[in-house]
Write a protein that binds this ligand. Sequence first.
Ligand SMILES: Nc1ncnc2c1ncn2[C@@H]1O[C@H](COP(=O)(O)OP(=O)(O)O)[C@@H](O)[C@H]1O
Ligand SMILES: [Mg+2]
Length: 377
Amino acid sequence: MSEPEQETRKPRIALVFGGRSSEHAISCVTAGSVLSAIDLDRYDVVPVGITHDGRWVLESADPERLAISSGGKLPEVDSTRATVALTSETDGSELVVHEPSSVPRTLGDVDVVFPLLHGPWGEDGTIQGLLEMAGVRYVGAGVLSSAVGMDKHYMKVVLQAHGVPVLPYTVITSRAWETDRAACVESVNSLGYPVFVKPARGGSSIGISKVHDIGELDEAVELARQHDPKVIVEAAAEGGREVECGVLQGFGTNPPDASVVAEIVVDPSHEFYDFAAKYLPEERTELTVPADLPSHVTERIRALAAECFDVLSCEGLARVDFFVLPDERVVVNEINTMPGFTPSSMFPRMWAATGIAYPELVDRLVQLALHRDTGLR
Ligand SMILES: Nc1ncnc2c1ncn2[C@@H]1O[C@H](COP(=O)(O)OP(=O)(O)O)[C@@H](O)[C@H]1O
Ligand SMILES: [Mg+2]
C-alpha cells in the first residue's frame, strides 16, 4: 500500500459475531444492528462471522440477512462462506481470505476488531487474548477484565476487596461437591434460605435456580453443574428491586461515564428474571428507563457502576447490575463486559435515555478502540 493511500484510507473495522456459545443468534442480530448503524462514510466495515464450530468466515454486509426473519427464524453464520484468518504482521494485522481453489487474498489492514460476542469464547477473555497476540486494537474489556467479569466468583472477590458491596455467597467446586458434600451443604445452610444457585461462568439466566429450602439444593447444584463445574450459591436479595446502569470509558484521561439507571420489573408469574422473562416477547417484562428511585439512591448506583468499571480495569463499555434492598442498601449483582447490544437491549436504551443514540454509541466505542494502545495499558 502506498503512503498517500495509507494516510487517506478510512479506518477498517472488523465486526466479529456469531461464535460457539449459546448466544450465537443474538450475536448475529446485534451485528445486523451495528452494520445498519455504523457510518460507512467514515469506516470500512468487514463482517466476520464465527460459525457454531468455531471457523471464521467472511460474512455478508447486508444487515437484513442477520435480522430475525418475519417467520421468526433466527439468523446464523453461513458456514459455506470463504474462511478468513487474522494474520499478525510487524506493521499491523491483516485479514486474509481463503477460498477453495484460489490464491489467498488480503482484505488489508484491520484497525479495530469489534467483538460482538457474548458468553464463553467471547466475553471471557479468550478472543481478547487472541487479539492481543495479533497486536490488533479491539472494542471493550481486555483479557483480565473480561475473564474476571465472566466469573461470578472472582468478580465478587475483586469487588469485595475494594469495598464494593455484594451479597454473601459460597462457591461449590467440582471436587468439593464430589468429595465433601456435607461441607458444601453446611456452607449453603449458613447463608440462610432462599438462595440462588448459578453456574459461575454462565449468562442469560441459564442453569440458575432459586432454592427455597435444603430439599431443593441437590437438584439445583446438579443443574448448574451441567453448565459449569464451578457453582456459586448466593443469599437471595429478598424484596430487592433489580436495576442496571451502563458505563462508558471516558476519552483520554477522563473518568468513565455512567448512564441513567433502569429498573427491570418482571411479571409476577416469574420468580426472577429468568431466560423466558429476558428473551420471550410475550412475557411482559417491563423496563423502566429511567428508574423511579430517590435521587440519592440513583447517584449511589451510578457512582458504584463507575467504581466497578475502574476496579475491574474495564475498557470501552460495561453494564453493571444491582439490587436495591428494601432498606435502600445497594449491592452489585454482576458486571457484563459485553452487554446485550441490539437497539432494544438495556445498555443502548439506557444510553439513549442519557442522550447518546445508538449510532453515536457505536461510534464512541470504535473511536475509543482506535485511540487505545496495544499491549500493556
Ligand atoms: N442473589 C439474588 N437475589 C435475588 N435474585 C437474584 C439473585 N441472583 C440472581 N437473581 C435473579 O436471577 C437473574 C439472573 O442472575 P444473574 O446473576 O444476573 O445471572 P446471568 O449472568 O445469567 O444474568 C437476575 O437477573 C435476578 O433476577
Ligand atoms: Mg444478569
